[in-house]
Design a protein around this ligand. Structure first.
Ligand code: ADP
Ligand code: MG
Length: 266
């Protein structure tokens, strides 16, 4: 067995608010192999985004361990963090959150290269825009001039420009129309094949996850209640909560992997 790209062990996060403690992430463990898509699914508030933020060190963990290529991430010097942060990037539901409205898209794409002292930036930006299905000239335009789907393409270009090994995608298509969703998912899968990228794909939408995931973890109230291959989760769910989530999507999409289960009329 290869060393996993990412290992998350017994990760915990307790928030305190108004004297109450909230166990947002409760003893979460999983591994992601290079080049695979590992999906974290669950309803709103189950702790998915917090898990992503803990991995990136955007919020400190209460307990547990995160290893990247076998090396611990949580107790790192600032310098080592900057190095690792090149290899782990993030895509958000709202790509505008990572774009400056007053700067051209080309500038926003160059910014990670500037931070990491990488040259040949104009060319890198033009290549990246083409790669995500935009035109090199689009670099001269501003974020508000693009549609939602185009903005997410820009978000993907910005995440990809440092050639990371892992991208944490937090609800990347949740704000988009279904037809645009599949374009973006297909783009993510194409980029994965070309660059051997791994994704931690966070989503509340099992229809999306069914499309893109290799393995799936189901999260409820901060804990992963079940994890397995896409096929195992969608055709042989073991946990009641997984069945509950699947029942909620079946009427909308009865065909998929394996044999569809009967849906009551009415
Ligand atoms: P999800 O992404 O699955 O919707 P989150 O990780 O955003 O869930 O939230 C998990 C739980 O942690 C929720 O109860 C949420 O209210 C709480 N939470 C998230 N961020 C904070 C914060 N900064 N301070 C306090 N509580 C938080
Ligand atoms: Mg979230």
């Amino acid at each position: 067995m290869n060393t996993p790209l990412l290992t998350v062990r017994h990760l915990c996060k307790t928030y305190r608010r108004h004297g109450q403690s909230i166990q947002a992430v409760d003893d979460v463990s999983f591994t992601i192999q290079p080049g695979e898509t590992w999906a974290l699914v669950g309803e709103s508030g189950s702790g998915k985004s917090t898990t992503g933020r803990l991995i990136l060190g955007l919020t400190p963990a209460s307990a547990g361990e995160v290893l990247f290529n076998g090396r611990s991430l949580l107790q790192q010097s600032a310098t080592r963090w900057r190095e690792v942060r090149k290899d782990i990037q993030m895509i958000f539901q709202d790509p505008l959150s990572s774009l400056d409205p007053k700067r051209t898209v080309g500038y926003s794409l160059q910014e990670p290269l500037i931070i990491h002292g990488i040259g040949n930036r104009k060319q890198a930006v033009a290549e990246m825009l083409s790669l995500v299905g935009l035109r090199p000239e689009d670099g001269a335009r501003y974020p508000h001039e693009f549609s939602g789907g185009q903005r997410q393409r820009i978000g993907i270009a910005r995440a990809l420009i440092l050639k990371p090994q892992l991208i944490i995608c937090d609800e990347p298509v949740s704000a988009l129309d279904v037809s645009i969703q599949s374009q973006i998912l297909n783009l993510l899968m194409k980029l994965q094949r070309e660059y051997g990228l791994a994704y931690l794909f966070i989503s509340h939408d099992l229809n999306v996850v069914r499309h893109i995931a290799d393995r799936v973890g189901v999260m409820q109230r901060g804990a992963i209640v079940e994890q397995g291959s896409r096929e195992a989760i969608f055709t042989h769910p073991q946990h009641d909560y997984t069945r509950y989530l699947l029942d909620a999507i079946l009427p909308a999409q009865p065909v998929g992997l394996g044999k569809p289960r009967a849906v009551a009329n009415g």
